[in-house]
Ligand binder design. Sequence first.
Ligand code: NI
Length: 136
Amino acid sequence: HLLIYFGYTYCPDVCPTALSDMALAMDALGDDAAKVRPIFITVDPSRDTPERLKPYVANFHPRLVGLTGDEAAVAAAAKAYRVYYAKSNTEAAPGEYLMDHTSIIYLMGPDGRYLTHFTHGVTAETMAKRIREKLN
Ligand code: NI
């Protein structure tokens, strides 16, 4: 099973919250966590290099994997999950852009089939409970 979230490492608030919730849900799964691979896919590949992603995801959970690719690959992945993202007109600081993006956590089966999703703000306990229901 895959637990998939799209975001970017420079995200000030939304992504850290979602990734923390994913990490807490993984911990709440106990032994069942071994059946789930949490994945973070960047929507900001120009800044989120593999070198930047690796320590970022490790900071949330040891099993969280960060994925990036070229612009076309990221766009294709986001489209497949119906994830919207775009460079924001608001700048965090001069030259430091923000990204607008969908904040949804997807649970996919071992065969790549969609199982369920979690909207932003779901508690880790609820997420872990619903993941466990889908594991067997
Ligand atoms: Ni974000």
